[in-house]
Design a binder for this molecule. Sequence first.
Ligand code: IPD
Ligand code: CA
Ligand code: CA
Length: 259
Amino acid sequence: MGMDALLNDAIAAARLARGIHLYFQEKGFSTDTKTGPTDLVTQADKETEAALKDFLLSRYPDHAFLGEEGGQEREAEYRWIVDPIDGTVNFAHHFPFYAVSIALEVRGELELGVVLDSSRDELFWARRGAGAYLNGRAIRVTKTSELIGSLLATGFPYDVKKDRENLTYFERVLQKGLTVRRPGAAALDLCYVAAGRLDGFWEVKLKPWDVAGALVVLREAGATVTGIEGEPYQLGNRYIVATNGLIHDELLDTLHGRG
Ligand code: IPD
Ligand code: CA
Ligand code: CA
């Protein structure tokens, strides 16, 4: 199966999702909670995921589909990994920083990643071995070589009281006087590292659908992506640290409280 056709369909699916996001932003939507009062799911999350599943599986009925809201029904060599809205809390509050994320994994290897920022209409995409792009222009990580001059970002799980590690990491970064943001949409945060808008990002407990699309973009843009011990990142890892490579060891040392 041609990767170009698959990529074009992934981009078309992302544009379909954006249309649904903008429709609900305009018309209004209902909101429910999931694991707790701040873990939200909106009508737009559910309808976007249903539309993406329908769009992709009607074209590729043999493929598997993993979505945040509906999970995965079956195994297959080709698997779409979808977050219908990354940044749902932002979306629910009309804070314009959220995206759809779509990745294609083939026999366990991520081949395509597409992340579309609905508010800015910024399309990040990458195909393994073919570079990373933002609205058609090649992107690359920064050349910042020291943490002190870097712009960093992170995020927190919804059950932060239970999973407190990132409070410790966050404090260590702040104590060093470093500059850090918490934008609220991990897929976009990671693409911002790829595009040279952030020098580094870390988070704890992200799920495959938060990361998969951006991971292809990061790799193709020259980023270093590891777990907390510096081991190569794999989908499902508890920790992710993504940087331009040059500040990676210094950021790992800081998170661990070394030096
Ligand atoms: C969340 C966002 C957020 C991150 C959370 C994720 P969702 O995804 O990416 O930035 O801090 O850990 O769960 O729920 O908006 O799809
Ligand atoms: Ca997400
Ligand atoms: Ca989501």
